[in-house]
Design a protein around this ligand. Structure first.
Ligand SMILES: C[S@@+](CC[C@H](N)C(=O)[O-])C[C@H]1O[C@@H](n2cnc3c(N)ncnc32)[C@H](O)[C@@H]1O
Length: 218
């Protein structure tokens, strides 16, 4: 899960099956760093968990700033602590709360929305989202995973995040229904889909919406 686990990494019960393994998180960070639009040097991780992806983005050194939002206070405490173990605490700004509230995407709730964050991301940011998939049960959901079964459906997330930026990376189950994803590819644009594998098996995929160079550099 984390190569520095023995240095005192903190986890929550849920994070054992939710965290993005470091090897995959680092590869995603390398892909994002290499292929991102040049005018997008800021990264926002909307579902930070215990920090697997946010830490990898910060370690890549490719972003002017990494922002990370997490709703669960215990997971957020782990993410902050784990960032300090990796020496990148000063590179990540953490927010506690619901990412849709904080970004002002659930209607106006004074004191909850962080206007400046949505402005920064809309001008120069990429949204990365590794949402909850619905617990370990998603593995039994059949050959093709219905993205409407996630606690936040694809429609729910895309329609909100796209109000801020079209540069969106979603980390989704490896069997995700590609036809559902295709509905959100606008006009003549393309989305890139990359499977992330360990031991020759796909563990998950990322969808890269928006204008990117070839993500895997091939
Ligand atoms: C799949 S985990 C993310 C794991 C993370 N990528 C990592 O490597 O540690 C999803 C996380 O989203 C958090 N979450 C769920 N709904 C949220 C929301 N509306 N806003 C922010 N965080 C949320 C959950 O508490 C959980 O920690």
């Amino acid at each position: 899960m984390f190569s520095l686990y023995d240095e005192g990494i903190w986890t929550t019960d849920d994070s054992w099956f939710e965290v993005t393994h470091e090897s995959i998180a680092r590869t995603i960070a390398d892909h994002v760093a290499a292929a991102r639009p040049s005018n997008k040097p800021i990264m926002l991780d909307c579902f930070a968990g215990v920090g697997g992806n946010a830490i990898a983005f910060a370690l890549s050194g490719a972003f002017r700033r990494v922002y990370a939002i997490e709703k669960n206070e215990a997971a957020l405490a782990c993410a902050r602590h784990n960032a300090s173990i990796y020496g990148v605490l000063d590179k990540i700004t953490f927010f506690h709360g619901d990412c849709f509230d904080i970004l002002g995407l659930n209607g106006v709730k004074p004191g909850v929305t962080v206007d400046v964050l949505s402005k920064v991301i809309s001008q120069a940011g990429i949204i990365f989202a590794s949402p909850p998939w619905g617990g370990p049960g998603y593995k039994n959901a059949g050959d093709v995973f219905d993205l409407d079964l996630m606690p936040y459906s694809l429609e729910y997330m895309y329609s909100r995040f796209a109000q801020i930026t079209k540069s969106i990376v979603l980390f989704l189950p490896r069997t995700s229904d590609l036809n559902q994803i295709a509905k959100y590819v606008e006009g003549n644009s393309k989305a890139q889909i990359v499977h992330y594998c360990t031991h020759e098996k796909s563990k998950a995929l990322c969808v890269y919406f928006g204008e990117w160079q070839d993500v895997t550099g091939r």
